[in-house]
Design a protein around this ligand. Structure first.
Ligand SMILES: [Zn+2]
Length: 259
């Protein structure tokens, strides 16, 4: 039983990062151009969004670009072509931000929280430990509190594995961040997709069980990679990676969809 009718993959830009950000101690010579994706899930109860991409205003405004990216040691600001703009991607599939009633956040890094400013009417589902971290004195250079610290945000706090509705399951995948979560979505034709988010950026993270570059808990990060692989195995599910530049080319991207 699932209330989901389809998943649309939104390609919301690219980030230019050392490969070791994705694969611990692997590929120090290499710079990657990695996609930034989000997922629009149509359900019988309305539209659900999993993650929200990066805030283009932080890139286009020279002062914010300097203070948020360049002075924090990024190699370059993310690249968001006009067609990869969040609102353009939504409009390409005929959906307005107002139609999105629920947003599930994998974690609070800036390439996942950037368009929450358009979604302040929606319920924002986040793991308790991630919410606590986000509003602590975290010092994390990739967490931009200005992108999500709005007084009217409708935070919905969850703990561990949970279900948003039949067909959409949150899976606690701590490691990369304290309260990271992934999503398992059951499609109407019976297919199951595991939206991994940053539990592993690249296929290599899953195939070779390579830790993410950044983690708050390496034991949990490895367990999370194995947890998602086990779900995929048990349910004949496909892992859909948010940041893999090769696999993204094999996906159906908006306006195409999975049903
Ligand atoms: Zn991240």
């Amino acid at each position: 039983m699932t209330l989901v009718s389809k998943i649309t993959v939104l390609l919301l830009g690219y980030e230019i990062i050392p490969k070791t950000v994705s694969t611990r101690d692997r590929g120090a010579r290499f710079v990657m151009s990695e996609p930034i994706c989000a997922y629009l899930i149509e359900t019988e109860r309305g539209f659900v969004l999993f993650d929200t991409g990066v805030n283009v205003d932080n890139i286009r405004d020279p002062v914010r670009r300097e203070s948020l990216f360049m002075s924090r040691g990024w190699l370059a600001p993310p690249i968001v072509l006009p067609e990869h703009d969040f609102l353009a991607q939504l409009s390409a599939v005929g959906v307005s931000p107002a139609a999105i009633s629920d947003v599930v956040l994998s974690h609070v890094h800036c390439d996942h929280t950037g368009n929450l400013k358009h979604l302040r009417h929606a319920r924002i589902w986040i793991q308790r430990l991630e919410h606590e971290f986000a509003f602590s004195n975290h010092g994390n250079l990739a967490v931009f509190n200005d992108d999500f610290d709005f007084p009217d945000m409708k935070w919905q706090i969850v703990d561990g594995d949970w279900e948003l509705m039949p067909g959409i399951e949150g899976v606690y995948t701590r490691g990369h961040m304290p309260g990271h979560q992934s999503l398992v979505v059951t499609l109407p034709k019976g297919g199951v997709k595991v939206l991994t988010a940053d539990a592993g950026d690249l296929w290599e993270n899953f195939e070779d069980e390579v830790l993410p570059g950044e983690s708050c808990d390496d034991v949990a990060a490895l367990a999370s990679i194995r947890k998602l692989k086990a779900i995929a195995e048990a349910r004949s599910a496909e892992l859909i990676l948010l940041h893999d530049p090769v696999r993204v080319q094999t996906l159906r991207l908006a306006p195409e969809f999975y049903d």
